[in-house]
Write a protein that binds this ligand. Structure first.
Ligand code: FAD
Ligand code: HEM
Length: 369
């Protein structure tokens, strides 16, 4: 008998090449079925048009791995509370999904495929709704920006104060929404370990035509309010490990690494930590002064800045992955990596080449791998 996962994958191949059109149709069906649903989505759907559809398809495809499927949907259910959706919306979105697939699949679409998608979607919706109902924390927290510094043309470091108590672990990230772009949620990593005054630091780089990053870097001001959803991510220090640590950060990928070093600065006495901080040029090493200050307070910390494109820089030149590898061996270290997808990919490749076991590597990539 064909498994549900195989039937879902097989039927997805019928529409895969028309993904953009399927997404357009899908959103049109959602908004036609209840025009008020338009207000739940960002004003401009262009950059993220395929986000919800793509996400549902990815979720469906994890169905073969029940543990991952459960964990992912529990997280999504809790997280979707920030979108202010109601249980009745699930039925409308599910129907729009199936209508869109049927419209583009052609003659090979069959009642078996339709039933498979209905069953899978219903299963996901049920898990998401149950997780949302069981959750006792707020859907999001309110925070006020209390300090905002432009550190380079494209990079800002800012601090906000949470209005309600907020727990997280150093190395985690949160989803943020600003009044300047309502309903545009993007994730950013905290750059400090939890503090008693309930403040969080963020390091943000404005990317190309990016919606939220541009606003957070160029227009955000002290006094602006943000909404911040529950913390996510598992890039945390294992307190039971006694291994020395190597950290590799590219650009604002420094944020979660700095939080980890901040946490270690309160507890660590025995583990050597070597932090490689890579950027294009000296200006983009936007937090180097702070890091050097930390090395004075923490004798176990070494910081090596690396630039890839600045002949005037008095220090290491090249990619941060290559320079890090040259300082090895790191076979017996715990390793943390964070930065753009390209930087993370290159670093993981170099770590594999110098035989660092993958179980000791934790990483966050600022986008799809
Ligand atoms: C786990 C995680 C943690 C993150 N932490 C941070 C952080 O601490 N600091 C930080 O600055 N960013 C971080 N990011 C990236 C952040 O979530 C956003 O993706 C980024 O700020 C762009 O959002 P935007 O709304 O400005 O751009 P969007 O409106 O989403 O994108 C607009 C356009 O820019 C392109 N684009 C998006 N991202 C990039 C990019 N990185 N480089 C080049 N082009 C891009 C898109 O393809 C699109 O064409 C993190 C991402 C992840 C997944
Ligand atoms: C099984 C059902 C669903 C799954 C698996 C799912 C999954 C996802 C995922 C993974 C994202 C992207 C993550 C993010 O931006 O934080 C997303 C975004 C979103 N989802 Fe869902 N979702 C489901 C149902 C719904 C329903 C019923 C609604 C209500 C209308 C909804 C509204 C949204 C909105 C508004 C976004 C943000 C879109 C954007 O930023 O462009 N989702 N969904």
């Amino acid at each position: 008998m064909t498994s549900l996962a195989t039937t879902l994958k097989e039927s997805w191949t019928l529409v895969e090449e028309h993904q953009d059109k399927v997404a357009q149709y899908f959103y049109a069906r959602i908004f036609l079925s209840d025009p008020r649903l338009r207000d739940l989505f960002p004003l401009h759907l262009d950059a993220t048009r395929a986000r919800l559809l793509g996400a549902i398809v990815t979720a469906v495809q994890t169905i073969e791995d029940p543990e991952r499927f459960d964990e992912y949907l529990t997280f999504l259910g809790r997280d979707h509370r920030k979108f202010r959706i109601e249980s009745v919306h699930f039925g409308l979105v599910g129907q729009a999904l199936i209508d869109a697939m049927r419209a583009f699949a052609g003659e090979r679409w069959s009642p078996v495929y339709e039933q498979a998608w209905q069953d899978a979607y219903r299963m996901m919706a049920r898990k998401m709704l149950a997780a949302a109902q069981d959750e006792t924390t707020p859907p999001y927290w309110h925070a006020e920006i209390i300090k905002h510094e432009r550190r380079s043309r494209d990079i800002a470091v800012f601090t906000c104060r949470m209005m309600q108590p907020f727990g997280y672990r150093a190395g985690q990230y949160v989803s943020i929404e600003s009044d300047r772009h309502p309903r545009v949620w993007r994730v950013y990593s905290m750059a400090n370990a939890p503090r008693t005054d309930n403040t969080l630091d963020f390091h943000v780089r404005a990317v190309g035509a990016g919606w939220l990053s541009g606003a957070l870097v160029r227009r955000a001001q002290v006094g602006d309010m943000l909404r911040i959803a529950a913390p996510m991510g598992s890039m945390a220090v294992d307190p039971r490990s006694t291994r020395d640590i190597v950290c590799v950060a590219g650009g604002t990928g420094l944020a979660p690494i700095k939080a980890i070093v901040d946490e270690l600065s309160r507890t660590n006495r025995t583990r050597w930590v070597h932090l490689f901080f890579g950027a294009r040029d000296r200006e983009d090493l936007y937090d180097l002064d702070d890091l050097m200050g930390l090395t004075e307070r923490c004798p176990w910390l070494t910081v090596t800045p690396v630039v890839s494109n600045d002949p005037t820089f008095d220090g290491e030149h090249g990619t941060v992955a290559d320079v890090m590898a040259g300082y090895g061996p790191w076979k017996h270290h715990d390793v943390f990596v964070s930065g753009s997808p390209a930087m993370v990919r290159a670093t993981l490749r170099r770590l594999a080449e110098i035989r660092v076991p993958s179980v000791r590597i934790k990483y966050d990539s600022f986008g799809d791998q």
